[in-house]
Every structure is written in C-alpha cells, then in structure tokens.
Write a protein that binds this ligand. Structure first.
Ligand SMILES: Nc1ncnc2c1ncn2[C@@H]1O[C@H](COP(=O)(O)OP(=O)(O)OP(=O)(O)O)[C@@H](O)[C@H]1O
Ligand SMILES: [Mg+2]
Length: 358
C-alpha cells in the first residue's frame, strides 16, 4: 500500500506553473529521493506533502486518507530543513522537546523521549547547550532529533546535508540510512545531488523544470539501477551519471544507423526514428579493441582520480569521455587511439521526443 500518494498535482504561483501532472505513489517504509536541477519543484512538492503549500489540482493522500484540506500539524509528517530552523535561545533538549511540551506531555515522558532520541543521533552529551555552541553537523542532528521525537508516519527532508562539508555529509548520509533502518519509517528526501540520490534512495524520482519537461515534471521514478542503466528519456540519461553519458547524433536508413563521418555497423530490431541520439556511459567506452562502432580519437586531456582515470578524446563523433579503473594505463595527450563502443552498451533515444527507444 502506498503511504503517500500524489495524483494529478498542479501547482502554480500566480500565472507561473511550477508543477504539472505529478503522480507519485510512495510505499510504506520506503526511502524515496526527489532529485533534479534547481527550480524543478522539489521543495514545492515536499512542502505540498507537508501542507505548507496548496495545489490547484490533484489529490494528496497520506496513510490512505485525503489530506488536501488538512492542517500541517494533523498530517503526521515531520520536516527537516536545510537551515535547521532551531530556536537559538533554547537548549538542545528544549529544542527537541518543544512540540511535546506544547502538547502538555508529562515531564517524565518528555525527558525519557529526549534522552532516547538524543542517543539515536549521538547528542546525549550536548543536551544542555544552545544551538549557537554546536557545529553545523550537530545542529542538523538536533533538527533530526526534533523530527524523530514526533514519531511521524512520514519524514520529509529538504536538502538537510547541503550546509555540511563533504566529510560530514558522507558521515551524516550513512547515519540517516541507519536511522531509516532502525525506525522503519517512510522518508522522502530532496536533493539536487545525484550521488546522494543514487546512494540513499530505494527509489529515485527524477524531476525536470517544467519548461524542459513537457507533460509532467516527473521524468522517471525507479530504483537507482533503473534510472542509471535504463533511463527512460534524454533528460534522465544526461542528469544521472558523472561524468555524464556520451552522446552523438545519428540518422537511420532501412533500420541501420548512419552517420556522415563514421561507419556504424549497428543493425537492430529496434525501429529507429529519423534522428537518433546515441548514448554510451564513459565506463563502457573501450580504449582499443573492436566493436560495431569504432572511432579514432585524439587524447585531449586526462583526469587522474587515483582509483580511476577519465580520458577525454576528440573524435569524429564529437567529444568522448572514457573511464578506466586501470590506473596504471598511460597515454600521453595528443596520442591517437582507436575507441570501441560495444553495441550492448549503447542507449538509443528519439532525438525529437527524447524518449528511450527499445
Ligand atoms: N513562493 C513562491 N512564489 C513564486 N515562485 C516560487 C515560490 N516558491 C517557488 N517558486 C518558484 O517555483 C519553482 C520551483 O521552486 P522550488 O523551490 O520547488 O525548486 P527546487 O527544485 O526546490 O529548487 P532548488 O534546488 O533551487 O531548491 C522555481 O522556479 C521558483 O522560483
Ligand atoms: Mg529546493
């Protein structure tokens, strides 16, 4: 059963449409990541679920009940923001227990909850401090603890780690994953960082800004493997993956791909349209070797990442990046190398509609 259900959601600010035709069914206990470039409506969608935003059309249901007209406080959701939103004049303990105390819960119960949750997020020694005396990572834990203590059906996170430095982010990321396991709650997590999306999400919803999107902002909703290995359209193929997928344009004649400068021996059962965008991930480009497509490349530059190398080639198909785990490999810039693009690793998209061809 889906615990959060969005059906046919439209959201506009005045005359400007921001979200259109959004359908999303999130299962109980799932960790779902909403990812996409700035302005694609991630925060707006999250705020809609929280009840901080209204939609002009569509239905929002949480736990099987329609909540379109329900107060944020009654929706059984807790939201954690990027900027923490803590009370500066209150101690960590009072920040965590603010809601409970407001509801008039018994002091003994409040104290027990605070200490349990503080232990979960590793704040047990910080409870008397004010937020101003904490590091960014610790403040984010307070915001997290404040959400956990409410025992919501659904957690909503809006870029909660983006104010932390890289090392801390990675640590907090795995801590959040551990909390998700421990609590078993449904979590919806917004980020523009595709690495965060890939590593954290049970499923990933890739959103596009409406001007690039067509019918709906939702470009694909699938597991990390699905969005990476079978992107349903050009937008997802270009957005997920770093460095991004390589692309070149081809035509089609009698079911055969054609290019005016390179021989493409790709015949297939697929029905190719007039203009095809052919994609291949950098890790599938072979330096040397043979395949249905080979193209001569001149090595332009190399990025050495230690555990792997990125090779940037100029070819008759345009710029092609290869990624190899063979860190001992060495080619000097300017060297001419034959690149092989295996057919089984190619992705085909209709250049006009952007849709995957299969
Ligand atoms: N209150 C508002 N009034 C008018 N326009 C708004 C309002 N809130 C958001 N928008 C517009 O709606 C679009 C989507 O905004 P939203 O904040 O949901 O994007 P986002 O995907 O969260 O982006 P970011 O990654 O930058 O946080 C943007 O173009 C933004 O300018
Ligand atoms: Mg946002």
């Amino acid at each position: 059963m889906s615990v959060v259900s969005l059906k046919g959601i439209d959201i506009s600010y005045g005359p400007v449409a921001v979200v259109r035709n959004l359908d999303l069914e999130i299962k109980s206990g799932e960790f779902v990541v909403l990812v996409g470039p700035s302005g694609c409506g991630k925060s707006t969608t999250l705020r809609l679920i929280a009840g901080l935003e209204a939609s002009q059309a569509g239905e929002i249901a949480i736990g099987g009940r329609t909540v379109n007209d329900l107060d944020p406080a009654k929706r059984d959701v807790a939201m954690v923001f990027q900027n923490y939103a803590l009370f500066p004049h209150m101690s960590v303990a009072d920040n965590i227990s603010f809601g409970m105390r407001l509801r008039g819960e018994a002091p003994a119960k409040v104290a027990a909850s605070v200490s349990e949750v503080a232990r979960m997020v590793g704040l047990q020694d910080q409870l008397a401090k004010r937020p101003g005396a904490l590091s960014g990572g610790q403040r984010q834990r307070v915001a997290l603890a404040r959400a956990i203590v409410r025992k919501p059906a659904v957690f909503l996170f809006d870029e909660p780690l983006s104010n932390l430095d890289a090392e801390f982010r990675a640590a907090m990321r795995s801590e959040l994953m551990r909390l998700h396991k421990e609590l078993g709650s449904t979590m919806i997590y917004v980020t523009h960082d595709q690495v965060e999306a890939m590593t954290m999400g049970d499923r990933i919803a890739v959103l596009a800004p409406l001007r690039q999107a067509g019918r709906s902002n939702l470009m694909q909703f699938g597991t990390p493997d699905e969005v990476y290995h079978r992107p349903t359209n050009l937008f997802v193929a270009k957005f997920i993956g770093s460095p991004p997928m390589n692309f070149f344009k081809a035509g089609a004649k009698n079911g055969q791909l054609v290019h005016d400068r390179v021989q493409l021996d790709v015949t297939s059962q697929l029905r190719f349209p007039r203009e095809v965008a052919v994609g291949i991930r950098p890790e599938h480009v072979q330096i040397g070797g043979t395949a249905a497509i080979t193209v001569d490349g001149t090595l332009d530059r190399i990025e050495n990442l230690g555990h792997e190398k990125l090779w940037f080639f100029m070819t008759a198909l345009g710029r092609i990046v290869a990624r190899t785990a063979d860190y001992a490999a060495n080619h000097p810039p300017g060297e001419k190398v034959r690149l092989a693009l295996p057919t089984t690793s190619l992705h085909f998209f209709d250049q006009e509609s952007g849709l995957r061809i299969e």
